[in-house]
Design a protein around this ligand. Structure first.
Ligand code: NAD
Ligand code: DAU
Length: 329
């Protein structure tokens, strides 16, 4: 198995999980080790994994690695909306050109590929509705990040239809759990509290996200690789929707602080209001359901992980906050 982006948040959790489930599988990770990736995320499984430091846009390297694998699991991406608003260019390069480069190798060597994507490709839903995204929802991305992911999905769909490559796709809702970069909502606020700073809520904080534990996401990916229908797309989501304000209040309460000990900062331009995935297809076809049904327990365990691993996140923290300061957020 070749795992791109396996030194990042979801990818490294996926590699840990794969080693636990399938100790017989030979895993190679291809990762460029951008600011978001760290080889140390793979330390617990270093003996069982071959690590290749390289770029998914490097056609020669990609061709060689894809030729030697049975299945490609493609997590590598520029993943943060705020960064994409600041500088879209690496998003176009990695998410679109990088995916194109992988697809060409998959086509040439006739390999199985699973492409990891996001619910953000569908745009957003009204706050005061019960509407949900489905596998048939038209793409309508809002940010350079989601537009570049939409572009990558379209390439995978086109290569599957026109060249018949053996690909599946999944679009997951917001993830949380260990090893998530401190730029993202939940780790940013946990680590703010840990350093004695106040959580930062964008705008009024009414925007809603559907929170899915990273292990549940990866369980869905394993099911799709094993039993998913070629050419199909599967939406993944826990069904647990919360406003950003509720999330920050919950973190503060779980960490023993007053629930209102946060500040409002400038809103994100073009800020998507609400995401919600109808995950009926993966639940009925592949028997997936979230194991982290209790969000508070999953969040408390995540808080414990950041409390116990300051050496992991402290090097990222000051640089991340310096960037946010420039953006007024
Ligand atoms: P992340 O930013 O934590 O990790 C991305 C990884 O990709 C890093 O290790 C980075 O070094 C690597 N990478 C970046 N550019 C590369 C390149 N050109 N070549 C090789 N490696 C490169 O991201 P994440 O949150 O783990 O997201 C992983 C995937 O899941 C992405 O495709 C993202 O769109 C998707 N996704 C994320 C979420 C979420 O909530 N985080 C939800 C749904 C889907
Ligand atoms: O929905 C899936 C997507 O979830 C993934 O495709 C992305 O890779 C991932 O980054 C995430 O995107 P979001 O933009 O939803 O996540 P983020 O953690 O950046 O922000 C979550 C919400 O919290 C969003 O409405 C913005 C808000 N926010 C974020 C930060 C960092 C705050 O209010 N304060 C903050 O400090």
């Amino acid at each position: 198995m070749l795992v791109t982006g396996g030194a990042g948040f979801i990818g490294s959790n996926f590699v840990h999980d794969t080693v636990r489930r399938h100790p017989d599988v030979e895993i190679t990770v291809l990762d460029a080790l951008t600011y978001a990736g760290s080889q140390s995320n793979l330390d617990p499984v270093a003996d069982q994994v071959t690590f290749v430091h390289g770029d998914i846009c490097d056609a020669e390297l990609v061709d060689k690695l894809v030729a030697g694998t049975d299945v490609l699991v493609h997590f590598a991406a520029e993943s943060h909306v705020d960064n994409s608003l600041n500088d879209p260019s690496p998003f176009i390069k990695t998410n679109i050109i990088g995916t194109f480069t992988l697809l060409e190798a998959v086509r040439k060597h006739d390999k199985r590929m699973h492409h990891i994507s996001t619910d953000e490709v569908f745009g957003d839903l009204p706050l005061d509705s019960v509407d949900q995204f489905t596998e048939e929802t038209a793409y309508d991305p809002s940010s350079p990040y989601s537009a570049s992911k939409a572009g990558s999905d379209m390439l995978v769909r086109a290569w599957a239809r026109s060249y018949g490559i053996a690909a599946t796709l999944s679009n997951c809702a917001n993830n949380y759990g260990p090893y998530q970069h401190v730029e993202k909502l939940i780790p940013r606020q946990i680590t703010n509290v840990l350093i004695g700073d106040k959580p930062k809520l964008y705008g009024a904080g009414e925007n809603v996200r559907e929170w899915t534990h990273v292990d549940d996401h990866n369980d869905a990916v394993h099911r799709i690789i094993a039993h998913g229908r070629i050419g199909e797309t599967y939406l993944i989501g826990s069904g647990d929707e919360r406003s950003n304000k509720q999330i920050i209040e919950k973190i503060l309460t779980l960490m023993g602080e007053p629930a209102d000990a946060y500040i409002h900062v400038d809103d994100r331009p073009g800020h998507d209001l609400r995401y919600s995935n109808d995950s009926t297809k993966i639940r009925t076809e592949l028997g997936w359901q979230p194991r982290y049904a209790d969000f508070d327990a999953g969040l408390a365990a995540t808080i414990d992980w950041y409390r116990d691993n300051p050496t992991w996140w402290k090097p990222q923290k000051s640089r991340t906050e310096a960037t946010y300061k420039l953006l007024g957020r």
